[in-house]
Write a new protein. Structure first.
Length: 116
């Protein structure tokens, strides 16, 4: 199992930017394909973006394509999500996990709230 800790969320105005981070205390993110998911109030958790081991390959949900960028720094054991031109409907709790998550537990996530 990989314990995951997300950070960087907050309140941002529509059109603004935010950068989320994910670390794995006691684990090694470089061993896994990683991704970001989000869960908005009253909705199911949905896929946002994923990145391969080297960081050279990534893919995105259509709703965030062109606005979000996933990256990783294996030397720093960190996964990131750069969120630009955010929209009100990006409001959600954001989670990182292996891709696919399988049985790996979810962290507590980080809340992103976008105001109009």
């Amino acid at each position: 199992q990989l314990r995951l800790v997300e950070s960087g969320g907050g309140l941002v105005q529509a059109g603004g930017s935010l950068r989320l981070s994910c670390t794995a205390p006691g684990g090694t993110l470089a061993d896994y394909v990683m991704g970001w998911w989000r869960q908005a109030p009253g909705k199911e958790r949905e896929f946002v973006a994923a990145i391969n081991w080297s960081g050279q390959g990534s893919y995105y949900a259509p709703s965030v394509q062109g606005r979000f960028a996933i990256s990783r720094d294996n030397a720093k054991n960190t996964l990131s999500l750069q969120m630009d031109n955010v929209r009100v409907d990006d409001t959600a709790i954001y989670y990182c996990n292996m891709n696919p998550p399988g049985q790996n537990p979810w962290g507590q996530g980080t809340q992103v709230t976008v105001s109009s």
